[in-house]
Design a protein around this ligand. Structure first.
Ligand SMILES: Nc1ncnc2c1ncn2[C@@H]1O[C@H](COP(=O)(O)OP(=O)(O)OP(=O)(O)O)[C@@H](O)[C@H]1O
Ligand SMILES: [Mg+2]
Length: 262
């Protein structure tokens, strides 16, 4: 029997304590290449803390994270920088994530400069920036403008373009549409789905909405009070939730999904 391929992302036993307070307890997750894993739970259940530990923006109290077999928590500075290129991230707040004093041109060019990759993809930078904007459905004229000139949905598109700049293998999305109006959010979800499929991206998609997770994800992990209570293929979990908590999440969330929109 051939061995199944190793997961792209493998988190084991992640735990985070702040003083006496344990906010994440023994959480293990796997995301295969090209797979979309939903991480769902009510507010305060520890979703963002898990995402931040995976990205090593928060140091876990215990546990390990492997990305493509590399021990993320033991990686040195150079190795970490090389790994950051391979992981994109989009946060919930499309306003806070963009530097208001930078033009879109500089925001999108920054990842290339940080990594000394101005010649990546064999394309001049200007051409690359145009392609990046087109990919997220924005006009070239956006390059000369500042973030305040854009709506929430447009800003999130800029964040997505930047997250994809270096062609990452994994995209971490922490409630990317929860700050947006329903119809604008649905458009951004459709864009994410299209980009995920085009690039064969692996995603960790964080949400409190089961219908959205069902629409976008292959598998789902359900977090309650910092602990995983249920994991499985998304349709299985949505059709036959084993936990009352999961049932409540399914019942509580308004069933907004892009497909339901005109
Ligand atoms: N730096 C910190 N210091 C102390 N407590 C923290 C810190 N960061 C998060 N917490 C606590 O950890 C718990 C989990 O927070 P987290 O932000 O991970 O939840 P979440 O599931 O992302 O919630 P939301 O859906 O509201 O974004 C919360 O009780 C929060 O108050
Ligand atoms: Mg959060």
């Amino acid at each position: 029997m051939p061995q199944p391929p190793a997961p792209l992302l493998h988190a084991q036993g992640l735990t985070k304590r702040y003083g006496q307070h344990t906010v994440v307890q023994d959480v293990s997750l796997q995301v295969a290449r090209g797979e979309v894993l939903g991480l769902v739970g009510e507010s305060g259940s520890g979703k963002s803390t898990v995402a931040r530990m995976v990205l090593r923006l928060v140091e876990p109290t215990a546990g390990s994270v492997h990305f493509d077999g590399i021990d993320v928590l033991r990686a040195g500075k150079g190795q970490m920088k090389a790994m950051r290129r391979r992981m994109g991230v989009v946060f919930q707040d499309p306003y806070g994530a963009l530097n208001p004093r930078m033009r879109v041109r500089d925001i999108l060019a920054e990842p290339f400069q940080i990594h000394g990759l101005q010649h990546l993809h064999g394309m001049p930078l200007e051409e690359k920036l145009h392609a990046m904007l087109a990919e997220v459905g924005l006009e070239t004229s956006a390059l000369g403008r500042y973030p305040h000139a854009f709506s929430g949905g447009q800003r999130q598109r800029i964040n997505i373009a930047r997250a994809l700049a270096l062609r990452p293998e994994l995209l971490v999305l922490d409630e990317p549409v929860s700050a947006l109006d329903v119809s604008v959010g649905a458009q951004v979800i459709n864009l994410l789905q299209q980009l995920q499929r085009t690039h064969g991206l692996a995603c960790l998609f964080i949400s409190h909405s089961m219908p959205l997770v069902r629409y976008l994800c292959d598998r789902v992990a359900v977090l309650r009070g910092g602990e995983l209570v249920e994991t499985g293929p998304v349709l299985e979990v949505c059709e036959r939730p084993q936990e009352l908590y999961t049932q409540a999440l399914i019942a509580a969330t308004p069933s907004f999904v892009p497909a339901a929109l005109p």
